[in-house]
Design a protein around this ligand. Structure first.
Ligand SMILES: [Zn+2]
Length: 125
């Protein structure tokens, strides 16, 4: 781990802040809060609302998990080590994206793979 104490503390507080933001949003967009008893008639509108809230919730849930992973990586002193190849992730990258788990090389290889899969599944249709 080549991050100094100051950089580690900066990343930690960034992650904390991102967690707080998600918590605040989750409280605002809690699907249970949207499902108020409004009687019959506008059930369809509520379904749409709940669907939006749910997909947003799932997205935030995934984000939450990557934040948890990033915090664990920080406490294990491996926050700046690529999980694929073990290369050092530059602090500038972590500063811009505190939940990054891969070096730029592995990240772009992964995204290229995703792209290939998407093209492949399209052509098979
Ligand atoms: Zn890598």
């Amino acid at each position: 781990m080549s991050l100094n104490n100051e950089q580690q503390a900066a990343l930690k507080s960034k992650l904390d802040l991102m967690k707080q933001e998600i918590q605040t949003e989750l409280r605002q967009h809690n699907p249970d809060l949207l499902r108020h008893d409004s009687g019959e008639g506008d059930g369809a509108i509520n379904d749409v609302l709940n669907h939006d809230a749910m997909s947003k919730y799932l997205h935030q849930h995934a984000e939450w998990q990557s934040l948890q992973r990033a915090q664990a990586r920080l406490s294990e002193n491996i926050a700046d080590i690529c999980r694929e190849c073990g290369a050092t992730i530059p602090y500038a990258r972590l500063e811009a994206e505190p939940t990054a788990e891969r070096c730029i090389k592995c990240q772009s290889a992964l995204e290229a793979d995703d792209q290939r899969l998407r093209i492949h599944s399209h052509s098979s249709m």
